[in-house]
Design a protein around this ligand. Sequence first.
Ligand code: THU
Length: 141
Amino acid sequence: MPPAGSPDDLLAAALAARARTYSPYSGYAVGAALRDEHGRVHAAPNVENAAYPQGQCAEASAIGVLIGAGGRRIVEALVVADAAAGLPTPCGACRQRLREFMPLDGLVHLAGLGGVIRSVTLGELLPLSFGPEFLLKETPR
Ligand code: THU
């Protein structure tokens, strides 16, 4: 496992996004921050819905922000939540969402409110995974 970096800009952006969470049903506030291929940071919180399945994880929200801003790749990611309930970590669906845009050796920082607790690669989070190269001859732009 690679050592935890000090992605201070990602943490600050994710905490700011988390502060704007809309999560009245679970009460579990999450922020995600993604660094794109240009070095820009995109962040967003989870957004829940009274029709529960329509809720959106912070990672999914942040991917939408990155793509909408013209980013096409994720080079580093961070997810932050209150670690009192356990190490914050992307859900299975969001691991696959990240897989679409992020290399398997890219770092995903898992953070509590006080900072990064652990950093893992996407490949560690999602081993033996299926991704766009199975279907596409070239990386999409
Ligand atoms: N949640 C995220 O935003 N990211 C994750 O990877 C784990 C779960 C959100 C979804 C829901 O709004 C709340 O946390 C409880 O599941």
